[in-house]
Design a protein around this ligand. Sequence first.
Ligand code: BES
Ligand code: MN
Ligand code: ZN
Length: 494
Amino acid sequence: MQFFVTSAAPSRQRTDCAIVGVFDKGTLSTAAEELDRKLGGRITRLVKRGDVRGRFGDTLLLADASGVACERVLLVGLGARAGFARKQYRRALSGALAVVARTGAKDAVSYLSLETVKDADSYTLARAAVETVGNAQYRIPDHKTSNKRAKSSLARFGIAAESRSDRSAAERGVTHGEGIVAGMRVMRDLANHPANVCTPTYLANAAKALAREHGSIRVRVLSEDDCRRLKMGSFLSVTEGTTEPAKLIVLEYNGAARGGDPIALIGKGVTFDTGGISLKPPPGMDEMKFDMSGAACVLGTFKALATLELPINVVGVVPACENMPGGRATKPGDIVKSMSGQTIEILNTDAEGRLILCDAITYARRFKPRAVIDIATLTGACVVALGNHLSGLFGNDQDLIDALRDAGQRADDRAWPMPIGEEFAEGLKSNFADFANVAGREGGAITAACFLAKFTDGLKWAHLDVAGTAYVGGSAKSSTGRPVPLLVDYLLSQ
Ligand code: BES
Ligand code: MN
Ligand code: ZN
């Protein structure tokens, strides 16, 4: 999909389809008004007949708009003008796209951006449009042998902007949106693959492919032997039950002059989480192929960084392995020594994410990062606490937490601040090791974060628990590409 910004009025825009809004009770938007005049009052007549009411979600296609430069006009109901905010803008655009995709239109231009949207400017609207259109075009890399979904003919998408300053803001929004969509696509493709395709080796190869594609990215892949030499006893304990080799993938993006301390992104890369000896129950276990979403998000964010050529330095550390039961698998009660030197009593082998992340955090110290952010489908408890719309946001530095929360807000990819602290960590006490890998059932997302916090002394650290947001289950089962938008927005603000 190619995106562009245009300043032509809809009646003068050469396009296969102009998308214009109509508010409640048939009140025409500025773009609809302009077209209505050039169409001899045709839209007003449709309003009078009751065919256009402007209820949110309504659409009406004028498939033969003669007398104006656009071939078709798609009227989109926007609901009450007072309630028209970013969320409604994105939804209205999605609805419009579904209709356009069913026509033969090769290109379309959205005029919805000309309306006052309560919480947005030209930059935000253009970026949101590119994200909405780009993600609507996304297709799962499926393995279906028939019934391939027909591709829509839509190849170009325009966003209207009025003044000169609006134009340049919109163009910036388009560029950033394209980078975000490219990153989300990388993440979604990786996470949507089944676990017999997307193994730790596959993830490592995907990272190497990124490095071949972009000169600004370098990748090193460490083997299990390398990790043993590094004394990553905690990470390695998770991979004991499988024959699939684990990998530690290290990415470096260099966009700034040497010496600029990097931001470290750490992604949980459990390519399948059976729970190990603490085996999970069967229902929905297939979704544990998404347990590498944090890893996929790091690769996706690197794709966006390189696409946008952002002037910063970022390192990625991705511990990747399977969590399987087996004759050599780690058993409840086993004690391991983490790379930090701290010992861990593994009371539940299903709490494996924290075991691989803690060694990755320790490893990241060698890059002297100015901030460390881990991304992980870490706990079911986070989904219970926050549902599927908000990622859990934890950390030990209020400025970093605030910056990530604000980025999520701006990017429509929200994260919600959650507490950590000594009192919550009490349950991690162990009679046999420095601490255990699980506490009680209560506050499970918090105790998981408290476990990670034990490895972050002297680091500015934040943790995103994306168990509820990185993918959707049910009939729409797929990776969402989140939290790539949040992270890219944060990195854009650096
Ligand atoms: N990968 C899971 C967390 C998860 C659960 C992600 C549901 C997405 C949806 C993680 O490794 C896990 O199993 N966590 C346990 C922790 C518990 C044993 C303390 C959990 O959440 O039940
Ligand atoms: Mn688990
Ligand atoms: Zn897991």
